[in-house]
Write a protein that binds this ligand. Structure first.
Ligand code: B16
Ligand code: MG
Length: 220
């Protein structure tokens, strides 16, 4: 039986949340807005536009449309400086093992990320060739928890949603997978990701027999 396995990027394959944090923090501080790691948590899986809107809301600040666009590119320029220094050492533990096992079992594999920088990051960590299709922030119009990103991935792989498995680190991403009627696997804190069908701290906990069961399982 063939299943599709859809991977989120930030927080699942690599820990780029720390770079988003540094770039958003600099930007927030330049506007006189304080920005904590807890607030950064709330931006996981959230689009760039929505992230800036939230920071401005937290700081009770209104800016012009022009300034908004300028700030968005400024944030991304700084983020790209961090990204440019990434290499394979930044891949989260056991991600390549799970990807290679799925490939050996001839399963379909997609990326389903909100990031417009997903391709650059996958190239930097040399994982781009492991994916049959890459769906990212440049292909979607609706942000997670809307299931659009995962549904496009399933369609491109020619696999029905109920035969798809999604790995996600954000609440919005787990909700998107559930709405899409896909099996949702949370990577991270069990309390935060309690809506997921299964939860693991990281990929080191995902064993081959679990993957074999997923290959024959169906979302109920
Ligand atoms: P960019 P994911 C998301 O990626 C991040 O979690 C989120 O923090 C970020 O704002 C969003 O991508 C957009 O990223 O600014 O690079 O387009 O977790 O969906 O892979
Ligand atoms: Mg993520």
């Amino acid at each position: 039986m063939k299943k599709a396995f859809i991977f989120d990027l930030d927080g699942v394959i690599v820990d780029t949340a720390k770079y988003h944090f540094l770039a958003w923090q600099n930007l927030a501080n330049s506007l006189g807005i304080s920005f904590s790691e807890e607030q950064n948590e709330q931006l996981k899986g959230v689009s760039r536009v929505r992230s800036l809107e939230k920071i401005l809301e937290w700081g009770n600040k209104t800016i012009s449309e022009e300034e908004f666009t300028e700030l968005m590119s400024k944030k991304n320029e700084e983020y790209l400086v961090y990204i440019s220094k990434m290499d394979t050492s930044e891949i989260l533990p056991d991600v390549p093992r799970v990807l290679d096992y799925l490939i050996s079992k001839e399963q379909a594999i997609a990326l389903g990320s909100a990031s417009k920088n997903a391709r650059i990051i996958l190239d930097k960590v040399q994982l781009a060739t492991k994916f049959h299709t890459i769906v990212d922030g440049t292909n979607v119009s609706k942000a997670k928890p809307d299931p659009e990103v995962f549904l496009i991935g399933a369609k491109e792989l020619g696999v029905l949603p109920e035969n798809c498995v999604v790995f996600e680190d954000s609440v919005a991403g787990i909700q998107a997978a559930n709405i899409a009627n896909m099996i949702s696997i949370g990577i991270g804190d069990a309390e935060v990701l309690h809506e997921a069908d299964y939860i693991f701290n990281d990929f080191t906990e995902i064993r081959e027999d679990f993957i074999n069961n997923l290959v024959s399982a169906k979302k109920v």
